[in-house]
Design a protein around this ligand. Structure first.
Ligand code: ADP
Length: 299
């Protein structure tokens, strides 16, 4: 297939967006997103949904460009929509219609007008997302995990080359999350899949490439392994009393504090043990995430 009809990557350059209330949701975002699963990791309010909706042609940036292969995303919206699957953060209404009937209806809207072909596509999709045995149940009675799998089914109907899933695992229990991970992993390497999340584990388990985004800016872009390597041998931990946490923060580059067996434990970024009593821990993606969000100097 010639390159022009087989887009390989998404290129975002200098995207900015300030909402009418003055919030700068995107502040010069530039990213190159290759095929496969790409994690967009950031805390709530970071700008992830704004970026996703902009890529999905649902809203306009103030400035910047987005290209998907040879397509100018901001100018050729219809072209993008033909290649796009989108699972928004909130899929909206879950009517008292069965999963099968709803998917059939959505497939019809996508242009699958031939009854037999449509039925085959819908059946195959229900099996693929593991909802076959629930196909006659009303969507309104679906669990969170089943809804997300239905959401993926509808997003995959048109065989997209670009799949955008916004915070898909929020609110899922561990079993549902696992099933959803497996489904995303299966979608494969042929498609650009952008997954936004504030859950570090999502990115760790699924994504070969990722970006950390905070306050509308990209703080890191690369592989999770490279992200972790940037902190290697520089993370130190110790258990502290609750009332000491702030004092440590004022003296050291505290990455995070969390409870371990009920007691606060701090992680500190330093080239050597900051004080007696600290022990070395191997860095993980959570350290990278919190160190970036805290604005610590990593390089
Ligand atoms: P995320 O998806 O990472 O949680 P969002 O893109 O939803 O981040 O939001 C980024 C920032 O923009 C937040 O401060 C949010 O409150 C603000 N924001 C999002 N949508 C709007 C809007 N339609 N009008 C005004 N502010 C908005």
């Amino acid at each position: 297939m010639p390159e022009s009809t087989h887009p390989l990557e998404l290129r975002i350059q200098n995207l900015t967006k300030t909402y009418k209330n003055g919030v700068k949701a995107l502040d010069g975002v530039s990213l190159v997103i290759p095929r496969g699963l790409y994690g967009l990791l950031g805390p709530n309010g970071a700008g992830k949904s704004t970026l996703m909706r902009t890529i999905a042609t649902l809203q306009e940036p103030d400035a910047g460009t987005i290209r998907f292969g040879s397509i100018d995303v901001l100018a050729q919206k219809e072209e993008v929509r033909k290649l796009l699957g989108y699972l928004p953060q909130d899929f909206g209404v879950y009517p008292r219609v069965s999963a099968e009937d709803m998917l059939d209806h959505l497939a019809l809207l996508k242009g699958l007008t031939q009854g037999k072909e449509r039925r085959e596509v819908v059946h195959a999709m229900l099996q693929r997302v593991n909802l076959w045995e629930h196909r006659r149940k009303a969507l309104s009675g679906f669990s969170g995990g089943m809804r997300q799998r239905f959401g993926i089914a509808q997003a995959l109907l048109a065989n997209p080359r670009l799949l955008i899933v916004d915070e898909p695992t929020a609110g899922l229990d561990p079993g549902e999350r696992n099933r959803f991970y497996n489904l995303l992993a299966e979608i494969g390497e042929d498609v650009v899949v952008i997954l936004s999340t504030h859950i570090v584990q999502d990115v760790m388990e699924l994504c070969r490439n990722m970006a950390i985004i905070h306050q509308g800016r990209v703080l890191f872009a690369g592989s999770p392994e490279a992200a972790v390597a940037s902190l290697e041998d520089r993370v130190w931990a110790r258990s502290v009393a609750r009332e000491q946490v702030e004092e440590y923060r004022s003296r050291m580059a505290v990455i995070s504090h969390k409870l371990v067996a009920g007691q606060p434990r701090i992680h500190v970024l330093a080239d050597e043990a900051p004080e007696p009593g600290f022990f070395a821990v191997s860095a993980d993606l959570e350290d990278v995430f919190f160190a970036n969000i805290a604005g610590l100097r990593i390089n």
